[in-house]
Design a protein around this ligand. Structure first.
Ligand code: SF4
Ligand code: SF4
Length: 197
């Protein structure tokens, strides 16, 4: 893992751990709860490398299973299916690459602040002078998040962009290149696909 990416992940994880500690009673997130994994995500090169390392550390049987799912989800996404499902999601609702999951997954369920107008209206749970706040409807059902529980998601995205740009620059890759998680999964058994512009 890139040292800068590792530092960013550790910072975000520390924030989310502290928020869970404070608001444990209000957080429904747990292993097996996976509505938030009913998506087809793509990641930048630095996160694709992290996911690839996570896949490579899995036993051959798990990689073969993920590769099958990856091919299936790639085909379903290309066909425009309406019921998205991340190829890393196991049948028991757990993430096959939990320790290596990207930042967007690490912050799922937490209260996130974005600039006004960035989040679709239907997903906005509160509006503040500093931006719009969104979080999973299964969470914060007893009381809304306090200011200290809200992560500045725009700042995280900015830092990830800088870290990602340095990562691609060092490798002569296009900074905006992304790779679908389904494609990474489909190649769980062989070298991962190169990110595309
Ligand atoms: S990578 Fe893991 S946590 Fe993220 S959407 Fe896929 S299954 Fe869920
Ligand atoms: S974000 Fe929502 S759907 Fe996802 S694990 Fe947390 S409570 Fe469950």
């Amino acid at each position: 893992m890139s040292d800068e990416y590792r530092a960013l992940v550790e910072k975000v994880d520390a924030f989310t751990r502290a928020a869970v500690e404070r608001r444990r009673v209000d957080m429904a997130c747990q292993a097996g709860c996976c509505r938030c994994c009913e998506v087809w995500l793509s990641v930048s090169a630095v996160e694709a490398a992290q996911l690839g390392a996570g896949l490579a550390s899995l036993p051959a049987e798990a990689r073969a299973r993920i590769a099958q799912r990856g091919a299936r989800e790639q085909a379903r996404e290309a066909a425009g299916a309406s019921d998205a499902r991340c190829a890393m999601l196991e049948d028991d609702g757990r993430c096959a690459v939990y320790e290596s999951r990207p930042l967007v997954c690490r912050t799922q369920g937490h209260a996130l602040r974005y600039p006004a107008g960035f989040v679709p209206d239907a997903a906005v749970r509160a509006r503040a002078t500093t931006g719009d706040i969104t979080y999973c409807p299964l969470n914060f059902t007893n009381a809304p998040p306090a200011a200290q529980d809200v992560l500045d998601a725009e700042r995280v995205d900015q830092l990830l962009a800088v870290v990602g740009q340095r990562f691609t620059q060092a490798r002569g890759q296009a900074p905006e290149a992304r790779v679908a998680i389904s494609a990474l999964a489909a190649h769980a058994d062989d070298p991962p696909p190169a990110p595309k512009r």
